[in-house]
Design a protein around this ligand. Structure first.
Ligand SMILES: NC(=O)c1ccc[n+]([C@@H]2O[C@H](COP(=O)([O-])OP(=O)(O)OC[C@H]3O[C@@H](n4cnc5c(N)ncnc54)[C@H](OP(=O)(O)O)[C@@H]3O)[C@@H](O)[C@H]2O)c1
Length: 296
């Protein structure tokens, strides 16, 4: 197999490159940093693309803080430029479970429940728009992972560790909320399965074998990292109110991560039905595991 990978310098894209190379595939990595072929996807389609069997689109602007127009340029215009560069070629678009309704819980949701008409931030909105523009593109697989973790994580673990104050971590809700997490190994497996010409085009949730309960999962990560952290709770309604105020007025530095988006992702159940990926892609995910988290 010959594949092109956008976002090859990022957490997901670099893992996809390594997994594909480990299988002996020919990989063309793209990004904006040294070590990969330069392509800023906001600048337009690539003039001289390589001939490939599939393109994995993992480039995106993911930071909550990114200004909306810049995020739109990368996530929507950039996706259009990637699709236009490789017309007809199998496209594996790495989307996100953030396209589900952030105002209500996502309970064992199947793929038909998104995109929706309302979002809490430019990330969810722009990723949903990217999915919509790919709706009628043939030969396209859209993958929706949730909360990707593992070696090289640029988002989840840094945010979690950054939220610890002294030995305390305040989490939204009572901690009993269930979440579908996605290990980077499970996600790369799904991506490589989706590259196969025989894999059925469509949209697929991608998650670990079973959801986990937050209050049980977090201590496992802390134990692996040798951290002694006491978990405290903030009621969802209060957190939502504080976040709404913080978004519209001044946000004290110690509440830097408090947004309604963050509250909706931590405080509400976020579980995904992965039946379609199992059935149509042959996806066989491993259970959630934080073994080795000391090194991440
Ligand atoms: N991490 C998660 O928990 C998670 C969960 C669900 C879905 N996802 C999805 O997974 C995909 C990858 O996310 P990630 O976690 O790997 O993020 P990441 O580590 O921040 O990587 C993002 C990648 O996109 C590239 N990129 C950003 N803007 C670009 C531009 N204008 N032109 C070309 N490349 C650009 C970055 O390149 P530079 O090195 O040049 O900045 C980097 O390689 C995204 O589509 C995201 O929505 C991630």
């Amino acid at each position: 197999m010959r594949i092109a990978v956008t976002g090859a310098t990022g957490f997901v894209g670099s893992a996809v490159c390594r997994a594909a190379e480990a299988r002996g595939w020919q990989v063309h990595p793209f990004g904006r940093r040294p070590g990969v072929r330069h392509w800023d996807i906001t600048s337009g389609p690539l003039a001289d693309p390589p001939e490939v069997d599939a393109v994995v689109h993992a480039a995106a602007s993911v930071a909550d803080e990114t200004e909306s127009a810049a995020m739109w340029r990368t996530n929507v215009d950039g996706t259009r430029n990637v699709a236009d560069t490789f017309p007809g070629t199998r496209l594996v678009h790495v989307s996100t479970a953030s396209v589900y309704d952030p105002f209500t819980a996502t309970v064992n949701a199947d793929e038909s429940a998104a995109p929706v008409a309302r979002y809490l931030n430019a990330y969810g909105e722009s990723k949903a728009a990217a999915e919509r523009l790919l709706t009628y593109r043939p030969n396209t697989v859209v993958l929706r992972p949730h909360a990707v973790y593992g070696p090289g994580d640029t988002t989840l673990l840094p945010r979690l560790l950054g939220a610890i104050r002294g030995r305390n971590l305040v989490i939204v809700g009572d901690g009993r909320t269930r979440h579908s997490l996605t290990s980077i190994d499970n996600l790369t497996d799904a991506v490589l399965l989706a590259c196969a010409p025989t894999a059925k085009p469509g949209t697929y949730n991608v998650a670990d074998a079973e959801p986990v309960v937050l209050e049980e999962a977090l201590p496992e990560i802390f134990a692996e990292r040798g951290l002694h952290v006491r978990i405290r709770h903030l009621p969802v309604r209060l957190a939502w109110l504080l976040a709404a105020v913080a978004e519209n007025t001044w946000r004290p530095p110690r509440l830097a991560q408090l947004s309604r988006y963050a509250v909706s992702h931590l405080g509400f159940e976020r579980t995904l039905d992965i039946t379609a990926a199992r059935r149509d892609l042959g996806y066989r995910p491993s259970p959630t595991s934080f073994t080795g988290a000391r090194e991440w």
